[in-house]
Design a protein around this ligand. Structure first.
Ligand code: PAF
Length: 254
């Protein structure tokens, strides 16, 4: 069978998604993009109802970026029966999972269903959602799912802000405040004590409300220690009521 590269999305496509399509194209001539707002990963029904949906615009964008097939299934197509939920384990309820019970279980459950339909050789996920990427890789490895997971680098705007469909809700002032996140990550990368440095820089911006700032071991997602070789810093917080996520590699040895 021919190789197939898959880009799963929930729509509301932006330049970050288009970079996933670009990367997928470098793996296979056949790129399939799915657009499915997965109810199982929304613990809040209002959030699900409010999620931006513009299928026509998404289709145009995805085609122009080179996706060959765009698949936008209905909820009944994906869940014709009551799905058995795949557990994201302990890590599923840490960090991003703290206030979003069942979120990562919902992500793994839909990714399993999407993979069964599309049967891709490769599937591309962005590093922006680093915990999601880690949990998907772990699930694929532990369950010998026959799909190669490709990590796509996080894309930033020129001012350093990580691309997200939520950024438009920040407003001009909010956007200025939000820049403290990438500034904190850059400062941490130059520091001997990245964790304290991040906290210090973040605290200097009154418009930013911290959720968590951690430095993890990229191999295990445990908090990094002095002997950890490959570390990554992750920050989550709010500006103007908009939740923002970012991360950056700190040190790489292997
Ligand atoms: O990252 C996303 O857009 C979603 O969590 C995913 C992976 C498409 C599953 O619904």
């Amino acid at each position: 069978m021919k190789d197939r590269a898959f880009v799963p999305t929930m729509g509301a496509l932006h330049a970050g998604h288009l970079s996933l399509i670009e990367l997928a194209k470098s793996y296979s001539d056949e790129v399939v993009l799915s657009i499915f707002v997965n109810p199982l990963q929304f613990e809040n029904k209002e959030d699900l109802a409010k999620y931006p949906r513009d299928l026509d615009a998404d289709k145009k964008l995805a085609m122009s970026a080179g996706a060959m097939q765009i698949w936008a299934p209905t909820v009944d197509e994906i869940y014709p029966d009551e799905p058995s939920i795949i557990s994201a384990g302990k890590l599923g309820s840490k960090y991003e999972g703290v206030n979003r019970a069942g979120h990562f279980d919902g992500v793994l459950t839909v990714v399993d269903r999407l993979f069964k339909h599309v049967q891709p050789t490769y599937a591309v996920f962005g590093e922006k959602d680093f915990q999601q990427l880690f949990l998907i890789k772990q699930w694929v490895q532990e369950n010998k799912v026959p799909v190669q997971i490709i990590s796509a680098p996080l894309i930033r705007d020129q001012d350093g802000l990580a691309l997200s469909s939520r950024n438009i809700r920040l407003g001009d002032e909010g956007r200025k405040s939000a820049l403290v996140i990438s500034q904190a990550l850059l400062a941490a990368r130059e520091s001997r004590d990245p964790h304290s440095t991040m906290l210090e820089v973040l605290a200097s911006e009154p418009g930013f409300k911290l959720d968590y700032a951690i430095v993890i071991d990229e191999e295990s997602f445990e908090e990094a220690s002095a002997s950890t070789l490959n570390t990554r810093a992750l920050i989550a917080g709010w500006v103007n009521g908009v939740r923002l996520l970012d991360n950056m590699q700190m040190s790489v040895v292997a």
